[in-house]
Design a protein around this ligand. Structure first.
Ligand SMILES: Cc1cc2nc3c(=O)[nH]c(=O)nc-3n(C[C@H](O)[C@H](O)[C@H](O)COP(=O)(O)OP(=O)(O)OC[C@H]3O[C@@H](n4cnc5c(N)ncnc54)[C@H](O)[C@@H]3O)c2cc1C
Ligand code: FES
Length: 1256
């Protein structure tokens, strides 16, 4: 939070910011409050910190300080905020673990109306008088501002901050090429990622003239230095003061200011910076242009005005600022009667996303008529700059506002606003469709406004009617936050109060997450002589390395060395999975070498000086189709079969064949990959601090890479800022390369991937292409199903074979189909290797199965839920791989979900809604789930723990699981507390270390808490057995008494616990086995509404019923269900990886890759843990819920496709449509084919090279 004194109002302004974009010099005179300054577990917690932790709003905790600061800032400005303010404050913060619901719940406790879960007396009250005050010396400085120019000089850059406008203009005349640095949200990203460099930066921050606002009778003038957040307030105030007819432009601007970036960015970005940047996606420029805004410029020469018109936006020199000029303010005129202004925008998701297309539209009608007097339309996102459709508008002047004009306008607009098929950013047909869909919306909006006017003047002109069915085109989806109920079983009344098992205990690190005191890998302070490593990766997809010239890089200051494969003393990974490329690169992002330098900046600039020459090799394969053509596979086909599929196809009433495409997914853990390797002085020992799910694998890989025994290497994992499978295999590669650097240089090495490199190098979820053939009777009974699927494994094997196996094993989901054939193969392509990801193939594969169900339903004219019910397992049975199981719980989950969601009555309401609305459609889907937990191999289920009791009675627990946010340490202490019968406060877990528990298995496959829990239980039971005679002798004694006696009697107070694990095997030859210890069942029902004109969707409600059996910790388990559901929803709706035709990943950060935000969570989000009825062979009969919820996110996908299918039926679009995931606005819009999609020009794909290629 930054606090500044506003020179005009003399108030202190507190605002949240995006820290990585704030230049340090811009903070002159400002007070900065970070999470550490807000409260501490050692002194006093701030209520925000306490409540986010106690309401279970933290899992890995990496996002928590940001959440705390956004909420804290909000409360500094509004101690009792409204729901809308809370959503706005948190809208810019991302969390990958929690699914946001509990974070919002904690914030709601401060709101005026709080209907939440907690009794108010549970929390410390918020006392605004206790907050830090604005430092008096800064206040004095601000009250009597110095006028002299301040200069901050760095090595390469000078920051000049003049105190007066005169000085600023003088400086601008002297340095015309120097940019004015206002919010730095446009300059900053260009400097960071595009290598822009400005030796002189002029800061206008201290010039009060640039913050002036003046209201006149015909308009509003806003200083160019006002932040967009301030502009929002100014406009809102003006809208409340003026009659509606005068504020059309202001309201259009306000509409976009609500969704433009995030509050943090709006707090920083200035109006001037926004206008001058002229980004093609600018949300405000199209509206300002059609609203006839004027730019007031100033220089030493004087002032002048230029219009913010199409020439200015296109950057024509004659219509632009002169180099020595600056923008002082912007004049925005009032609108008039008979003038209508609207704004439109469609992005991948509602908030925090740049628009694919936006538009400002304005029309003036001749008073009392429908004749167009003036029309202006400007679009963003359809060219290199904001595009004005001037010619079309001119041709339409004089035309009446009716259907004929609409037709003509669409034709003209498509002609004028033309996008080539290869246009950067892709989505060309979607964008073309939006150009006309937006105009249609505008057409209806104006008619609607005219209707209002007619009501006031009954004798006026008669305007075309809008059919009631069409009114739904007018409403935008509101920005909302989730409400909901979480249900779980309380522990029995007989359970002792001290026994924490089954209770919703807060995450052990929750409070530390909230205060920023939780230590992550990169929080470890710099160690003595530490160096920084940056990786150098291939820019070619498949090529021979001809030469690598390091000379220039090595000559740079601070550069110590460049590590290549030749420096590896031991083995360079395996033959087909090398740590560093040797002669050949297999993908863009393949690691070639690594620069070691004194600082990160030095290492990064050295990477740019390494010259690598390549010779391209053939073939270059990116897509699954190409891999099939080239027979390029990573492993043999995996196949399961039962019954006689061919024979069954001959006997069925109908057969449907189809295809399913599922895109990949980026883990987007908040903490990117990182490692710190510290070589020790003696015996080649190494200490490795690493963010991993599998420290033993890191240890083993480092050992073979360095050719030293495993016992010299200790890996430490305190906590991991999210893993989701992405930190199972890859951390070993980074650990090993950093270790080579440490051994070669003799220095500690830190390697921290930035987001862009992390996304480029590490791979993610396997994209999938599936073909199905399903045979069924007219009543919906499926008799035969044949699925063949291919996953895109990337260039190396990694986990691709295991993912394919898991996918095939789980493909039948909840259905008993007598004749089945499942085949799967992992394709080898020239893309970064894909790897483990929550659900391990299940979320992709099972989408095919559920799509078959939908296809069958469509053909039979029945509802999909009926087909699901008809084909679901009903009695004790065997799976396709002959493992016996009882579906009783599956059916309970299904029935409870139907019941809790009031499915049938809501289904009828949805149908009613759809009958009445043409442009908005609702959809519903309920999906069952049978998810098998664990690894299909016995050796992977073992676990160990080490429990020490110290002489004061305190207990240290260590086990083989890693804390990834899933609360494993909390659960382990719950187990130890029950077993030893001591409070959790007497127990502690320090870290996971290969020195205390060796040979561990990756914390993955939803089984970590279970197997490690059994090991902890075993260790505790061993200790208790040893203590038994002492306790018997002194039953009234305290724990401390017994421990003291045990020590005196020389009884060992340390024990290793071990769990041998479940037997699990799979014989792929025979196609049978017992691969999984148990199943988790569940069901989810989702309802959505789609906007057929834009492809946007709103999630109305989701109900989940999940079988946790006897949950160890319902708060943590509900957190896992909610978090994985939201992550699944992201997979199926917004998360889209885009690759260039050369195999370069475009989507390398949050700007291009959209994980769900707080406003993407269903408006009503209910989760119930099914009361237990079974006794699985697990720790206290609890079930592992880490992954399964992911697939339930598909209920949103199927609800969307349900809505799309309704729209298509209504429009008589009869042919089947291919299911493609994610169901992005682009895909939804294009699937809802209508008169507008029909009128757009279509390109012949053979005539151009597209901007991106689909790889699934
Ligand atoms: C994460 C993120 C998300 C975003 N999302 C959106 C979005 O959804 N929609 C959207 O429209 N935009 C979005 N933006 C862009 C944002 O609106 C602009 O970056 C911002 O408005 C620029 O303002 P600034 O003050 O930060 O400009 P700066 O970066 O400080 O400056 C930008 C340019 O303006 C010039 N300049 C600044 N002030 C003046 C002046 N008074 N006179 C003359 N020249 C001046 C500078 O010389 C410089 O060339 C996003 C940006 C970020 C970082
Ligand atoms: S708790 Fe939010 S990212 Fe992990």
């Amino acid at each position: 939070m930054v606090s500044k004194r506003d020179p005009l109002s003399a108030n202190i302004r507190h605002f949240s910011i995006t820290a990585c974009l704030v230049p340090i010099c811009s903070l002159y005179g400002a007070a900065v409050t970070t999470v550490e300054g807000v409260g501490s577990i050692n002194t006093r917690l701030h209520p925000v910190q306490e409540r986010i932790a106690k309401s279970h709003g933290t899992q890995c905790g990496f996002c928590t300080p940001g959440m705390v600061m956004s909420m804290y800032t909000l409360l500094r400005n509004h101690p009792q905020p409204s729901e809308e303010q809370l959503l706005e404050a948190l809208g810019g913060n991302l969390c990958r673990c929690t699914g946001y619901r509990p974070i919002l719940a904690s914030g709601r406790t401060f709101c005026v109306i709080c209907t939440e879960l907690f009794a108010e007396d549970e929390f410390q009250p918020l006392d605004p008088t206790q907050e830090l005050i604005f430092p008096p010396e800064l206040l004095r400085m601000a009250e009597k501002p110095e006028k002299q120019t301040l200069i901050f000089r760095g090595e390469r850059v000078a920051w000049i901050s003049p105190g007066t406008l005169k000085d600023l203009l003088e400086l601008k005349a002297k340095h015309p090429e120097a940019p004015l640095i206002s919010g730095n949200t446009s300059l900053g990203p260009a400097v960071k990622s595009q290598g822009h460099f400005h030796p002189i930066l002029l800061s206008p921050a201290r010039i009060s003239e640039l913050s002036m606002v003046s209201k006149t009778s015909d308009g509003l003038t806003i200083g160019a230095g006002c932040s967009l957040a301030q502009v929002k307030d100014i406009l809102a105030e003006r809208v409340s003061e003026l009659p509606e007819e005068k504020t059309q432009t202001y309201r259009a601007l306000l509409k976009h200011l609500r969704s433009l970036a995030s509050q943090q960015i709006r707090n920083m970005a200035s109006l001037g910076g926004h206008i001058i940047s002229r980004h093609c996606y600018s949300d405000l420029n199209p509206i300002l242009a059609v609203g006839n805004a004027t730019l007031n410029l100033i220089s030493e020469e004087g002032t002048r005005q230029i219009p913010l018109n199409e020439h200015f936006l296109a950057g024509l020199a004659s219509a632009d600022l002169k180099p020595e000029e600056i923008l002082e303010s912007v004049y925005i005129p009032h609108s008039q009667k008979w003038e209508f202004v609207s704004a439109f925008r469609q992005a991948q998701c509602q908030q925090n996303a740049l628009a694919d297309v936006n538009a400002g539209m304005r029309v003036i009608l001749k008073e009392g008529t429908d004749t167009i007097k003036d029309l202006s339309i400007a679009y963003g996102g359809v060219g290199a700059a904001t595009v004005s459709a001037q010619k079309s508008c001119q041709q339409l002047v004089g035309r009446p506002w009716n259907e004929l004009m609409l037709e003509e306008a669409c034709r003209l607009l498509l002609e004028e606003v033309s996008l080539p098929g290869w246009a950067p950013g892709g989505k060309v047909e979607f964008k073309r469709t939006l150009v006309v869909s937006f105009f249609f919306k505008f057409y209806l909006e104006v008619l609607q406004e005219l209707k209002k006017l007619v009501k006031l003047m009954p004798d006026s002109h008669h305007y075309p009617e809008i059919s009631d069915q069409f009114l739904s085109a007018l409403e935008d989806f509101p920005i909302t936050g989730p409400q909901g109920v979480q249900r779980y079983q309380r522990v029995g009344s007989h359970q002792s109060l001290q026994d924490p098992v089954g209770r919703p205990i807060m995450h052990l690190s929750g409070l530390k997450h909230a205060t920023g005191e939780a230590i992550f890998c990169d929080d470890i302070p710099m160690v003595d002589r530490e160096l920084f490593m940056v990786l150098v990766t291939s820019t070619r997809a498949h090529a021979k390395i001809i030469s690598v010239d390091l000379s220039e890089a090595l000559d740079l200051p601070g550069v110590i060395d460049v590590i290549t494969a030749e420096d590896i003393p031991g083995t360079n990974g395996s033959e087909d999975d090398k740590l560093m490329a040797v002669d050949e690169v297999l993908c863009v992002g393949h690691i070639i070498c690594a620069v070691v330098a004194e600082t990160e900046v030095q290492a990064k600039s050295a990477t740019e000086k390494i010259k690598i020459t390549y010779e391209d090799l053939e073939p270059v394969i990116f897509t699954i189709n190409d891999a099939i053509k080239h027979n390029s596979f990573l492993c043999p086909e995996k196949k399961l079969e039962q019954g006689n599929v061919e024979e069954a196809f001959e006997k069925v009433d109908q057969i449907v064949e189809g295809e399913v495409h599922v895109g990949g997914q980026e883990h987007f853990y908040m903490e990117t990959q990182r490692v710190l390797v510290i070589p020790k002085a003696e015996d080649k020992e190494l200490d490795i601090y690493v963010s991993t799910q599998d420290p033993a694998h890191v240890q083993k890989t480092v050992s073979s890479t360095l050719n030293i025994p495993i016992n010299r290497i200790t890996c430490h994992v305190k906590r991991v800022g999210g893993g989701f499978g992405g930190k199972v295999g890859r951390p070993a590669v980074f650990g090993a390369i950093a270790a080579v650097g440490a051994i070669k240089t003799g220095h500690p090495i830190r390697l921290v991937l930035d987001r862009k490199d992390d996304m480029l190098i590490t791979g993610g979820r396997h994209p999938l292409f599936g073909k199905y053939k399903v045979g069924f009777m007219n009543n919906g009974r499926i008799k035969a199903l044949d699925i063949e699927c291919f996953v895109n494994g990337g260039c190396m094997l990694d986990d691709s074979e295991l993912v394919t196996e898991s996918l095939i094993l789980k493909l039948e989901n909840a259905y008993k189909i007598r004749n089945l054939r499942f085949r799967g193969r992992a394709c080898m392509t020239n893309l970064p290797s894909n790897t483990a990801f929550r659900g391990f193939g299940f979320p992709q594969g099972t989408l095919i199965t559920e799509s078959c169900i939908t296809a069958v339903a469509a053909k039979c004219g029945l509802l999909p839920e009926k087909i699901r019910e008809k084909n679901m397992y009903k009695t004790v049975d065997k799976t396709i791989y002959k493992q016996a199981f009882s579906p009783e719980t599956l059916i309970r989950c299904w029935n409870e979900c139907l019941d809790k969601s009031s499915f049938h009555s809501r289904r009828m309401q949805v149908e009613e809604f759809n009958k009445k609305n043409y442009w908005k459609k609702k959809g519903m889907a309920i999906i069952p789930m049978k998810f098998s937990v664990g690894f299909a191999a016995t050796s992977y289920h073992q676990a160990a723990a080490l429990v020490h009791i110290y002489t004061d009675g305190s207990v240290l627990v260590t086990h083989g699981g890693n804390e990834l946010g899933q609360g494993i340490h909390t659960k382990m202490l719950q187990v130890a507390s029950r077993e030893l019968n001591i409070p959790m406060s007497s127990l502690h877990i320090c870290e996971t270390s290969t020195a205390t528990v060796p040979n561990t298995i990756a914390t993955a496959a939803s089984i970590g808490s279970d197997v490690n829990g059994r090991a902890v239980q075993n260790a505790c039971q061993i200790l208790l057995k040893r203590l038994e005679p002492i306790i018997k002798k002194n039953p009234e004694g305290t724990w401390e008494d017994w421990i003291e006696s045990a020590f005196e009697q020389r009884i060992s107070l340390s024990a290793t616990g071990y769990f041998r694990g479940y037997k699990a095997f799979m014989d792929w030859e025979k196609g049978e086995g017992d691969p999984f210890p148990y199943y988790v069942y569940g069901a989810a029902c989702s309802e959505v509404e789609i906007d057929c004109l834009t492809g946007a969707h709103k999630k109305i409600r989701t109900d989940i019923v999940m079988d946790a059996c006897c949950s160890l910790n319902p708060a943590i388990d509900i957190g896992q269900v909610e978090g994985s559901f939201i992550q699944g929803m992201g997979l199926y709706t917004t998360e889209e990886l885009k690759y260039s035709p050369e195999g370069v990943l475009y989507s390398r950060g949050p700007d291009e890759y959209k994980i769900p935000t707080i406003t993407d969570v269903p408006e009503e989000f209910n989760v119930s843990l099914l009361p237990s009825s079974q006794t699985p062979p697990t720790i206290y009969s609890s079930k592992g819920l880490g992954e399964s919820g992911m697939f339930l996110g598909s209920s949103v996908f199927f609800a969307i496709t349900d809505a799309v299918a309704t729209a298509r039926r209504e429009r008589d679009t009869v042919e089947d449509f291919t299911v493609r995931s994610p169901a992005t606005p682009e895909r939804v819009r294009m699937a809802c084919a209508d008169r507008f999609t029909e009128m757009i020009p279509r390109d012949d794909p053979k005539t151009f090279r597209p901007w991106s290629i689909p790889i699934a």
